[in-house]
Design a protein around this ligand. Structure first.
Ligand code: AMP
Ligand code: MN
Ligand code: MN
Ligand code: MN
Length: 282
């Protein structure tokens, strides 16, 4: 069995700061034995991560975190064991990335209208395979327009602020079906982060399951014990497997380290059982 796993991580192909190879180096140094790369809406880092994992004898799981929409809310689906060459998935990601680029250009325009150097602020975003607002937030910090990522979002980027541009994602069922058609196991990411009532979360999970969803994150950095208990209860209620990860983006956030102890709550099937791994040690 694996002792230390991480099934939710980001590289600089999206809004992480490490290259896929550097991410794997760091995972190896932290004794991670099973690692998924799950960049936002792109799989372009998977080849490099796969090669680096082979060097370090880490079991690699190709993945992607798909942004989608459910009843007007943004929901994230972590797709694990995805065929990163699947034409349907490639097409889906290409469309999302094109929309992301347009959104970032609109954000540049708005920031410029607010008196900031919009084009400079979005340059790092547009250099990434998957441009995100997190890139813009980091650039806002580097330029002195914000002191922390949180403040960059709160002051400039979130709804109602000068640099806000609404996103247009595909719907939840489309994203889950796209992931599943590409051979992946679809997992509802960070259930504690959605601003949805308990009843709403149950409706979301019912829709997620009927679209083909298999798992839910039950052990993620930043989850309080109460969040984790609620996620575990949802996993049991909907018979979803439990997934584990850090949502690692950068080494400078020590409270979100790479790799977590592979312990699942009672009565929750480990998502590892759905990943086609050998039994016993890899
Ligand atoms: P986007 O997908 O372009 O809307 O960018 C969202 C990304 O920004 C997320 O994946 C997070 O990594 C990051 N993010 C969102 N909100 C915050 C926040 N309040 N503080 C720091 N990072 C955030
Ligand atoms: Mn992110
Ligand atoms: Mn997410
Ligand atoms: Mn993530």
């Amino acid at each position: 069995m694996f002792l230390r796993v991480d099934l939710h991580t980001h590289s600089d192909c999206s809004d992480g700061v490490l290259t896929p190879a550097a991410l794997v180096e760091r995972a190896a140094a932290r004794q991670v034995e099973l690692l998924a790369l799950t960049d936002h809406d792109t799989v372009v880092g998977c080849d490099a991560a796969r090669s680096a994992c082979a060097v370090h004898s880490i079991r690699f799981i190709p993945g992607v975190e798909l942004s989608c929409e459910w009843r007007g809310r943004e929901i994230h689906i972590v797709a694990l064991n995805v065929d990163d060459r699947d034409p349907g998935l490639q097409r889906h990601c290409a469309e999302v990335l094109a929309r992301r680029r347009i959104r970032i250009a609109q954000i540049a325009h708005r920031l410029s209208a607010a008196g900031l150097a919009g084009d400079d602020l979005v340059r790092p975003a547009l250099a990434a395979a998957a441009p995100t607002r997190a890139h813009v937030a980091r650039a806002l910090c580097a330029s002195g327009a914000a002191t922390t990522m949180q403040r960059a979002f709160d002051t400039w980027l979130k709804r109602g602020r000068p640099g806000f541009v609404a996103a247009q994602w595909s719907d939840l069922a489309t994203a889950v079906k796209c992931a599943t058609a590409a051979g992946a196991v679809a997992i509802l990411a960070h259930p504690h982060r959605y601003q949805v009532s308990n009843g709403g979360l149950r409706e979301l999970l019912a829709d997620f399951k009927s679209a083909g969803g298999i798992g839910i994150e039950v052990s993620l950095s930043g989850m309080s014990p109460r969040d984790a208990d609620r996620a575990a209860a949802l996993a049991r209620r909907f018979n979803l497997a439990g997934s584990i990860g850090s949502d690692f983006h950068e080494p400078d956030l020590p409270w979100r380290p790479l790799g977590r102890f592979a312990k699942l709550p009672d009565g929750v099937t480990p998502i590892m059982a759905h990943l086609g791994l050998d039994t016993g040690r890899s």
